[in-house]
Design a binder for this molecule. Structure first.
Ligand SMILES: *Cc1c(COP(=O)(O)O)cnc(C)c1O
Length: 223
């Protein structure tokens, strides 16, 4: 199937419940343009250098999302234009984003990444760290970042019951966080969960944003 057909199929599956971030890591600008020409305008990358290289070669109206682990010293490269950072996992990083937001005179939208998977390798905060961050006075003083919601990745497993439980837990955490810290604030509305192999389950469990790469572009080849 072509990229265009893949996109059409996925958008149909999403039933208007979630926004699609097309994960274009390792893909060339030419391949990305195929998705762009088919109407996709939101793309996600997981490396800063790769993201800024591609941005320079591609149309201005693409909305770029940073979905991978982000080092504080690299925030400055994406701060002028990034639409959403999915991978905020500490107050330190949030403060670095604040600083660059201020320099660029913009408010940078962020998701807090939660660790729910069994793998140690995955990044993210636990429930306690999340509460501590949101209750800290330092967080409350930040004027150039806006927390739009939570992001999480399920365990990489073929056992879909484990995946479903983790997504359900993320949704519960999202609702609790809204009630405790953002009540009445419509900005806190994004739950980013679901990838190629598990997005259908993520949607069933309340995802509002999915990050999909290989089901659109085909398997990634790392060289
Ligand atoms: C690569 C990546 C995805 C997309 O993975 P696919 O399995 O190709 O859909 C989603 N989220 C993050 C954080 C990623 O790094």
């Amino acid at each position: 199937m072509s990229i265009k057909e893949n996109l059409k199929h996925i958008i149909n599956e999403l039933q208007g419940k979630a926004e699609l971030v097309a994960v274009s890591k390792t893909k060339t600008p030419k391949t990305i343009m195929e998705a762009y020409d088919a109407g996709q305008k939101v793309f996600g990358e997981n490396k800063v250098q790769e993201l800024i290289d591609k941005k320079d070669e591609l149309p201005e109206d693409i909305q770029w999302h940073m979905i991978g682990h982000l080092q504080r010293n690299k925030v400055k490269y994406i701060a002028p234009f990034i639409t959403l950072i999915h991978s905020v996992d500490s107050l330190k990083l949030l403060k670095a984003i604040e600083k660059e937001g201020e320099k660029n005179e913009r408010i940078i939208e962020c998701l807090l990444q939660m660790h729910v998977a069994k793998e140690e390798t995955k990044f993210g905060m636990d429930e306690e760290e999340l509460k501590q961050l949101l209750s800290s006075t330092e967080y409350l003083e930040l004027k150039h970042v806006k927390i739009r919601g939570l992001m999480g990745m399920a365990t990489f497993t073929g056992n879909m019951e484990i995946v479903r439980d983790e997504f359900r837990y993320l949704k519960k955490l999202f609702d609790q966080t809204y009630n405790s810290f953002f009540n009445g604030n419509p900005d806190f509305s994004i739950l980013s969960m679901g990838m190629s192999h598990d997005y259908k389950i993520a949607i069933e469990e309340g995802s509002t944003m999915v990050r999909i790469g290989s089901s659109i572009f085909g398997e990634r080849i790392y060289t």
